[in-house]
Write a protein that binds this ligand. Structure first.
Ligand SMILES: *Cc1c(COP(=O)(O)O)cnc(C)c1O
Length: 380
């Protein structure tokens, strides 16, 4: 089966009891057992729930993995994946990862004896140099937030394999429609389903998909043991989002491409960051591992913070808000919003200037988005 067919059907056979074409929302915590001590397929909804199972099968099919495991948020997925490790284990992480992931590593998991080294994973040599005897995991994100840097998944996976470490890729920005890390050598693909998979800015959710059955089994064990599971209604909403993922992503991609071209011509714009632009510094990697470019982009404005503020408050179709991946276009200022918790010095070192603006381009009519931006830029 091809992608869109899988997105609509994998894990979602009509309900055997009623013929219901959509997967029912099983709002139950517990299940009747026929005999004591002889457990049926379902016992208790933290362990398994039919709506969640349908989502997990769907996610595994979309990423080309063996086991899909759903969580109550992207960070719950990340936390649970890190629990595959033990005290004293070392993790190499990209230096440009989601702020909440960095906070979890640095301010929570470090206290439990995990060690972290942050390197620029665009350079596989630097990753290799950071490997220690106790390195058990490499954690990367691509494209990165907000500068849309791209990491060569296959190159990093070779280093991981050689050193008996697991490679985990946060695939939230690309979605399984545009990129499949597991097919490029990663062991686990992680998602915030809050973003493109859900796609409608109406839920918080996460997922981890594993290539290996044993790793998958361990993740399932941890999902039940740790307990950060999503409710059946949220699972159903993600399933509904997934059905239209392909058509949404095509439109996000086409709208963002046109906006990136508009921004490149706009005299008030210093620099545009979008994987779809021919001058993206890792164009060859983009072409090798992505089937499209997605809806996320960022740009630097000439001038100062005042101009950013003017532009951001003048727009009417774009909403000034954090988060991403929904049908509606969002715009935000990383230095004062999504990335404000990073000390200014570290932010500057990462290249996130005070005049950087990030967009999650939605699926509205692109003409309305372009007109909105033209109006916004006029007043600067
Ligand atoms: C939002 C996000 C997360 C965290 O997901 P939540 O669902 O908010 O917990 C992790 N990684 C990336 C790339 C994200 O954008």
């Amino acid at each position: 089966m091809r992608f869109s067919t899988k997105a609509i059907h994998a894990g979602q056979d009509p309900d055997p009891a009623t013929g219901s074409v959509t997967v029912p929302v099983y709002l139950t915590s517990t299940y009747m057992q026929l005999r004591p001590g002889r457990e049926g397929k379902y016992v208790y909804s933290r362990t398994a729930n039919p709506t969640r199972n349908a989502l997990e099968e769907s996610l595994a099919a979309l990423e080309g993995g063996k086991v899909g495991v759903a969580f109550s948020s992207g960070l719950a997925a990340t936390t649970t994946v890190l629990m595959l490790l033990r005290k004293g284990d070392h993790v190499i992480a990209g230096d440009d990862i989601y702020g909440g992931t960095y906070r979890l590593f640095d301010q929570v998991l470090r206290n439990y004896g995990l060690q972290f080294t942050y390197v620029d994973p665009r350079s596989p040599d630097k990753v290799e140099q950071a490997v220690r005897k106790n390195t058990k995991m490499i954690w990367i994100e691509t494209p990165t937030n907000p500068l849309m840097r791209v990491v060569d998944i296959r190159a990093i996976s070779k280093i991981a394999t050689k050193n008996h470490a697991m490679l985990v890729v946060d695939n939230t920005f690309a979605s399984p429609y545009l990129q499949n890390p597991l097919k490029l050598g990663a062991n686990i693909s992680v998602h915030s389903t809050t973003k493109y998979l859900g796609g409608h800015s109406d839920l918080i959710g996460g997922a981890a998909i594993a290539t290996d059955t044993d790793v998958g089994k361990r993740l399932k064990f941890l999902q039940n043991a740790v307990g950060a599971v999503p409710g059946p209604l949220d699972c159903w909403l993600v399933l509904r989002g997934i059905k239209t993922l392909a058509v949404r992503m095509d439109r996000h991609d086409s709208n963002a491409k046109q906006i990136s071209e508009f921004l490149q011509k706009e005299p008030k714009v210093e620099q545009v960051y979008y994987p779809g632009l021919p001058d993206h510094p890792q164009r060859d990697v983009v072409k090798r591992q992505m089937r499209g470019y997605g809806g996320m982009l960022s740009f630097e404005l000439k001038g100062g913070f005042g101009d950013c503020e003017k532009l951001l408050t003048k727009l009417r179709v774009f909403t000034l808000a954090e988060s991403l991946g929904g049908v509606e276009s969002l715009i935000e200022h990383p230095a004062s919003m999504t990335h404000a918790s990073i000390p200014r010095q570290r932010r500057m070192e990462q290249g996130i200037k005070d005049t950087l603006i990030r967009m999650s381009v939605g699926i509205e009519d692109v003409e309305d988005l372009l007109e909105d931006l033209q109006r916004g830029f006029k007043g600067l």
